[in-house]
Design a binder for this molecule. Structure first.
Ligand code: AKG
Ligand code: MN
Length: 211
């Protein structure tokens, strides 16, 4: 890696027990066209929540299972309720990336069957929550960041309090599992990047084993 920035960042950073960041682990230029293809058959949408409001972040899925929210609750569904079709398949390059990242930090044999794609506009945020709709918490969550930088917040075992803040950059991959699998986490309100005015959004891809 020859750009100035990456040289100052270690290859793997454990920012919380069993929460790892792999700085600049992937190339968003390769991933973005694959996201665009998925979005053409399963468009981004704001989902209704059991609390009665729409998600701030727009989402879609690929994989055998897709995360879905409506007024009745959160769950994984086989078909996109908007099109009644199966979610698009996870592209092989995505699969490879998720497995490599998990393996690199000690989670062998990770075979995600669900991939949630979030689209954040400037001003979007994600409140503190746990990822707990999956069946077996022995599998980690692998999260890939594309586009604008975001402040990822780790609250730990409780929903609120003073978080650990970590800035995730384009191409960073984060993996949490084991003791960290059920951490409360969120994303602070997305800010514009004055140095990169053309970049106006952030895409986050999380790979999960739902079933
Ligand atoms: O956008 C992120 O970095 C995290 C997304 C997340 O926590 C989720 O989709 O459950
Ligand atoms: Mn989450």
């Amino acid at each position: 890696m020859h750009d100035l920035f990456s040289d100052f960042r270690p290859k793997v950073e454990e920012i919380y027990p069993e929460t790892f960041v792999l700085p600049h682990f992937t190339d968003s230029k390769v991933l973005k066209p694959l996201v665009n293809t998925i979005v053409r058959s399963a468009p981004f949408r704001h989902m209704m929540t059991p609390m009665g409001y729409y998600t701030n972040v727009a989402l879609t899925n690929c994989g055998s299972w897709g995360w879905h929210s409506d007024i009745t609750g959160y769950r994984y569904v086989k078909q996109d309720p908007q099109t009644q079709r199966n979610w698009p398949a996870i592209p092989p390059k995505f699969m490879q990336l998720a497995k490599n990242a998990a393996q690199t930090v000690g989670f062998a044999n990770f075979e995600p069957d669900a991939c949630l794609i979030n689209c954040y506009q400037i001003g979007s945020q994600l409140g503190s929550h746990q990822d707990k709709n999956e069946q077996d918490f022995k599998w980690p969550i692998v999260s890939v960041s594309i586009g604008l930088p975001a402040t990822f917040q780790i609250f730990g075992k409780i929903r609120s309090g003073s978080p650990i803040n970590y800035q995730l950059l384009d191409g960073d991959v984060m993996v949490w599992g084991g003791k960290s699998r059920l951490i409360y986490h969120g994303v602070k309100k997305l800010q514009a990047d004055k140095l990169n005015p053309k970049t106006q959004q952030r895409i986050n891809i999380t790979f999960r084993k739902a079933r």
